[in-house]
Write a protein that binds this ligand. Structure first.
Ligand SMILES: *Cc1c(COP(=O)(O)O)cnc(C)c1O
Length: 376
């Protein structure tokens, strides 16, 4: 029996061609032709004021923590059911994370619980569009405006997805994308910072270029460059952007394929509704088919289903451990929160294989195995 992996990175075929071009162009460091092509694509396709390629989504979030001037004692509101990188950069700057619960029927932050968490120390609300499904951005942005705090979208999973017609990543003051090999389009490791609030544009380039005004120098705006701010080496080499550009050119085909497979899962599994939870899509959100998952009744049922699928050669995997329950967060004496929905997704959510080269028959097979499991 051939094993069905959880993920398989897809190559469009042009990656090595563009890599070759970037290597032999003589310009291999960052901010060259392919960096600019990738950034322009995001700015144009997704109404982003300024896009900067980064070495990862984690690094784009590091840039957010620096741009927002996060200091000891500041507070950040964020969901607990997310990846480490959503909060780690803010913790390193000395912030306390105030964790919010997930919605009862979706891992996204419960927007109705956010306002009560705001204090005079709150600097920002960091939202995560889980599985590429939009959070309730109107509510979040209204709360932020009322209390004068910033909004960061962790849009790592959200390429080509929309909230009431507006692209995810274009709504917060800042937003971050990931091109890690598990995402819809990939460059191995890689990310992008989207700057939508113009007050952050100038500084973002300095922080991106190790605290220097080199980008401005290369545009001929100043005649020498120097050290003017904090920062780090956040820009990736042309090699990363060249790889990503090949993927961008095939984005539509990739999305079409993923959505087709996602819909097939949903159709095949809908007879199980009542026994198992399937992904929920609010009216204001589109589906970019980043992920297909099911929600089991409890941890022991998920463990049994995972083993059952594994015995049929199918690799299904859980997702996050709520961050407020993590070893590191506890070791730094993080405040404890009661977040029952986040805890339930920690124990019960199981992700199914979904990648470009997955075949329809495999989706039907995986679904049939899940139905078989629930028959017994
Ligand atoms: C993948 C992911 C990240 C991290 O992305 P990297 O590019 O690997 O740093 C951060 N947040 C979320 C929600 C993610 O899914």
């Amino acid at each position: 029996m051939k094993e069905i992996p959880f993920n398989k990175p897809y190559l469009t075929g042009k990656e090595v061609h563009y890599l070759y071009q970037s290597v032999y162009s003589g310009k291999i460091s960052g901010n060259g032709k392919y960096t600019k092509l990738c950034q322009e694509f995001f700015e144009t396709a997704y109404s982003i004021k300024k896009a900067l390629m980064t070495t990862s989504c984690t690094d784009a979030l590091e840039m957010c923590a620096l741009l927002l001037d996060i200091k000891e004692g500041d507070e950040i509101i964020a969901p607990s059911y997310t990846f480490v990188s959503t909060v780690l950069p803010f913790i390193r700057q000395g912030a306390n994370i105030v964790f919010a619960d997930s919605l009862p029927d979706h891992p996204n932050i419960d927007e109705s619980k956010v306002e009560e968490l705001i204090t005079d120390k709150t600097k920002a609300i960091v939202v995560v569009h889980y599985a590429g499904v939009a959070c309730n951005m109107k509510k979040i942005l209204n709360i932020a405006q009322k209390h004068n705090v910033r909004v960061v979208e962790d849009a790592a999973q959200s390429i080509d997805s929309f909230y009431n017609g507006k692209p995810l990543g274009s709504l917060g003051d800042l937003a971050t994308f990931s091109f890690h090999e598990t995402k819809n389009i990939i460059s191995g490791e890689g990310g992008l910072l989207a700057i939508n609030n113009p007050i952050f544009i100038n500084r973002s380039e300095l922080i991106w270029e190790k605290g220097t005004n080199r980008a401005s120098f290369f545009r001929g705006e100043i005649n020498k460059y120097g050290w003017v701010d904090t920062g780090s080496s956040f820009l990736p080499s042309e090699i990363i952007s060249a790889f990503l550009y090949a993927q961008i050119e095939c984005l539509n085909a990739i999305q079409e394929r993923r959505i087709k497979l996602w819909n097939l899962y949903n159709e095949e599994l809908k007879s199980l509704i009542g026994q198992i939870g399937l992904p929920m899509l609010p009216k204001y959100a589109t589906n970019n088919a980043h992920m297909y998952y099911v929600v089991c009744k409890d941890l022991s049922e998920r463990d049994r289903l995972t083993r059952y699928l594994k015995n049929s050669g199918i690799m299904a995997v859980p997702h996050y451990q709520s961050l407020h329950q993590s070893e590191y967060y506890k070791s730094i004496g993080g405040h404890q929160f009661d977040l029952p929905n986040a805890d339930r997704f920690t124990s019960c959510l199981l992700r199914l294989p979904l990648y470009y080269e997955l075949e329809e028959e495999q989706v039907v097979f995986i679904s049939s195995q899940i139905k078989e499991f629930y028959k017994n």
